[in-house]
Design a protein around this ligand. Structure first.
Ligand SMILES: Cc1cc2nc3c(=O)[nH]c(=O)nc-3n(C[C@H](O)[C@H](O)[C@H](O)COP(=O)(O)O)c2cc1C
Length: 208
């Protein structure tokens, strides 16, 4: 059975607009493929513990995966290894990822486990798989109305590539603080998602 992993980093959980788009993407896949199941991780509800000294020590000392300090990290990594499709729903917080998603990243990126070093570069140890990132922002960072930098999209692209996931697509919901803009952003996101070859309605119609 195939698995979709939906990681939701919105503090609003299932009430968030980025989650709604991400969930639609998952539902399209569920409709397209009868033999697929959805695993959801609501990072705000999970309240991952901040990185503690034992984890930091274990990382630096390249401890074995079975040490207790890696238990949380192992659970999150297993989620990613087990998934065939990865969907991340995230708001922009201060130009980058929210703290809950940063913690998830700090637990999932581990030298010797999800990436290794080759010729001085970090190389992913996981197989590539289709990934979709849905980003929500109160203001704009793309297009004519852009008034702020976007450290989120290049960062998350690099983070996922570091573990081997290079097939990443983004859907941006910008201007969410203004209700009229938010409505437009959601409509645009729906249109972009509908034609997406993997996560869109097209996949539901063709079963691809
Ligand atoms: C702590 C915090 C920081 C934020 N920083 C930014 C920011 O840097 N840029 C921006 O455009 N919006 C920022 N926002 C607005 C959120 O991105 C926006 O409310 C969120 O994407 C709404 O998504 P939702 O409708 O899915 O909940 C911030 C919100 C919070 C709570």
């Amino acid at each position: 059975m195939k698995t979709i992993l939906l990681v939701n980093a919105s503090p609003l959980g299932a009430a968030s607009r980025v989650y709604a788009v991400a969930r639609k993407a998952a539902d399209n896949l569920l409709e397209a493929e009868p033999d697929v199941m959805l695993v959801e991780r609501d990072l705000s509800a999970m309240r991952l513990p901040p990185i503690a000294g034992d984890y930091a020590d274990a990382i630096v000392q390249r401890a074995e995966s079975h040490v207790p300090a890696f238990a949380q990290s192992e659970r999150l990594i297993e989620d990613v290894i087990a998934c065939d499709y990865l969907i991340v729903a995230t708001p922009m917080h201060n130009f980058s990822v929210p703290a809950s998603l940063k913690l998830w990243i700090d637990y999932v990126l581990r030298a010797g486990r999800t990436f290794t070093h080759r010729d001085g570069n970090k190389v992913g140890l996981l197989e590539d798989r289709p990934a979709l990132v849905v980003v929500g922002s109160g203001g704009f960072y793309n297009g004519a109305q852009a008034r702020q930098p976007d450290y989120l999209s290049p960062y998350l692209t690099h983070v996922l590539a570091t573990i081997g996931i290079g097939s990443v697509q983004f859907i941006h919901l910008q201007g969410l603080v203004r209700p009229d803009m938010a409505e437009q952003a959601c409509e645009l996101a729906d249109r972009q998602l509908a034609v997406h070859p993997v996560f869109g309605l097209a996949s539901a119609l063709t079963g691809s």
